[in-house]
Design a protein around this ligand. Sequence first.
Ligand code: ZN
Ligand code: ZN
Length: 350
Amino acid sequence: VIKVQGLIFRDKAQFELGEKDIPKISTPTDVLLEVKYAGICGTDLNIFWGNHPANPNTILGHEYTGIVKEVGNAVTCVKPGDKVVIDPNIKCSTCFYCRNNMENQCNLLDKGNALGIFRDGGFAKYNLAPESTVYKIPHDMPYESAVLVEPLSCIVNALNIAKIKPDDTVVVLGAGPIGLLFTNIVHHIASMTIVTELEELRIERAKKYANYVFNPKEINVEEKIKKLTDGVMGDVVIDATGVLFDDAIKLVKKGGKIILFGMNYGYKGSIHPYLITRKEIKIFGSYIANKTIMPAIKLLYHNKIDVNHYISEILPLDEIFLGFKKLGLDVEAKKKVPVEALKIVIKIGG
Ligand SMILES: [Zn+2]
Ligand SMILES: [Zn+2]
């Protein structure tokens, strides 16, 4: 049996560069991919710390792009040689939610079946994906752009929910790759974009698009936004971190919207329903992509996103632990270290 090297999630706080069998087409709708690039996501770090569920012994990597090697005999949307990106979340297409424009709430997803989290994903040279998850991209679309399709598709879904208007003040909490992608798009629409972030590197990056970037360690953000908005506060507050709900409540205007995007299973927050009722605050969850893979491909293909602004470094699979380290996780020592990078992309195939 021929093996493939991959980043395997063994158990909580156990990542290993190990080997698994090269996958084979086993159903008529399978697509065998040669993975080219895969991004490290905050979710991968959450999986390590036990703040996001995942199946043990799974090859991680849910943001990936590559080339079709082989297809099952029922596959019609791609052929060998096509360049593709993956929507890692496998949907059934027939449940109540799939049939009512909410495929991101598909009943199948409750069972946990995402590629790169519950089934083998893109941190390995070969990957087996169902046809429904495979999207063909233009042959001249760079892999550096394609690898951002999955995270951007989730952001497009959140923006569809947020319905930002031209006179809005939008507050983005957190300027990691996700917060920065939000800021990049939001500043084209909203009149004022304000970002909060603790890490110096990310603060500098956010300044390219935001009107104001505040470090809550140094500045009373609530007071600042009060001043900037004549006491009104943010029309829309986006929590890109998953742990700043309490801040969002303080920073949103009466009748304003909070978009909860970042996910952290361990964080509960303190909900004070009185404030939500009194101020008629509208709270929206935004989960993964909902028919937004193709819009994300379009945005990236037409160069609306400066990918070099997000991708700090492209490393080979052998050096993936270095990539995690730059993102604040020392895998071997099992401890947190200072963040030194934004998006880290792993180059997988030759
Ligand atoms: Zn992700
Ligand atoms: Zn479904």
